[in-house]
Ligand binder design. Structure first.
Ligand SMILES: *Cc1c(COP(=O)(O)O)cnc(C)c1O
Length: 306
């Protein structure tokens, strides 16, 4: 049963203060997401895990190669996972890896990805209810060749992201994110900045995004609302994919309609602007185009007001 903690204003990663307030006797694990490539505060999270005897599952889907105090994310907690889905920095269309140094968990994970088969057991013997999440060798081959050029692409993205940070932070009404000083390697998946409508004559983010698209800059609002507002968590899940067998929420009494993460709500619904990672592979002139388009909107905001 997931319980939703709020995020930190400056990094958009899970807030340790918010986590601690939500811990109860029933809490089993903390699941930080290293969002957009930015590691969550793993010092505080591991401290909380030790204090309350909890497991830590790192969602590093967006953070391949990120380092927290020189340690790679995904190997700090009990389990770490990475995604190779089509949008990710390292991708094979679909797929992912799970890392753990716990042999028992590793075996369970292998069984879950392989229709519940047992280690060293027969192909037609199934021990747990599971699906086929196997990645193919073809996908692995695609990934292996990408490893060679990953560093170079990653540096390019970082260089451009840092350039955008410098230029965009000079625009009143655009807030760039901070990188925690304990982050020793910061890859960029999505480039996220905050848009403050008050400084743009009150034009809502959706209109700002439309104007930015009209200037030829692809952009997105990102996650449209906090996870707990998903139909699944509001007990409105009925469509295809809502499987009572594998879904622990089915028929559950817990009601998420009271969940409240004010920072997540404000940022997801009003402030966040996403630029996809491919855009950070452009030239410096491309970055100047992004900055120029935002400045143009700012200068003409009055005229965009409805
Ligand atoms: C992409 C992503 C996932 C899901 O990865 P899949 O490989 O599509 O299952 C999970 N968490 C985050 C933060 C992601 O960005």
């Amino acid at each position: 049963m997931p319980i939703f903690a709020d995020i930190s204003e400056d990094t958009l990663c899970i807030s340790p203060e918010s986590i601690e307030k939500l811990i109860t006797k029933k809490t089993k694990a903390i699941m930080p997401v290293h969002i957009a490539g930015q590691p969550a505060d793993m010092d505080r999270i591991m401290e909380l895990a030790a204090k309350y005897n909890l497991k830590v599952i790192e969602d590093a889907a967006q953070a391949w190669s990120a380092k927290w105090r020189d340690k790679g994310v995904g190997v700090i907690g009990d389990i770490g996972e990475f995604s190779f889905q089509a949008s990710k920095n390292l991708n094979a269309g679909e797929g992912g890896v799970l890392l753990t140094d716990n042999a028992e968990l590793a075996e369970a994970a292998r069984s879950y990805t392989n229709c519940g088969r047992g280690k060293g057991k027969g192909w037609y013997e199934h021990y747990i209810l599971a699906g086929n999440y196997r990645m193919t060798e073809f996908q692995a081959a695609l990934l292996i060749v990408q490893l060679d050029r990953f560093e170079g692409l990653e540096e390019k993205r970082r260089e451009n992201a840092e350039y955008l940070d410098e230029k965009l932070s000079q625009i009143d009404g655009i807030k760039t994110l901070k990188t925690d000083s304990r982050v020793t390697k910061r890859p960029y998946h999505i480039y996220i900045f905050k848009y403050l409508e008050d400084k743009f004559c009150g034009i809502p983010r959706e209109l700002f995004l439309k104007a930015l698209e009209a200037e030829g800059i692809p952009c997105r609002p990102g996650y449209p609302f906090p996870l707990y507002e998903n139909p699944l968590f509001q007990k409105k899940g009925k469509g295809p994919g809502f499987c009572p067998l594998s879904c622990p929420y089915y028929g559950n009494e817990i009601d998420f309609s009271g969940a409240s993460c004010p920072v997540t709500e404000r940022i997801s619904k009003r402030e966040a602007v996403w630029l996809r990672q491919e855009m950070l592979l452009g030239t410096k002139e491309d970055m100047d185009d992004i900055v120029g388009a935002i400045k143009k909107i700012k200068e003409n905001a009055e005229g965009l007001r409805v």
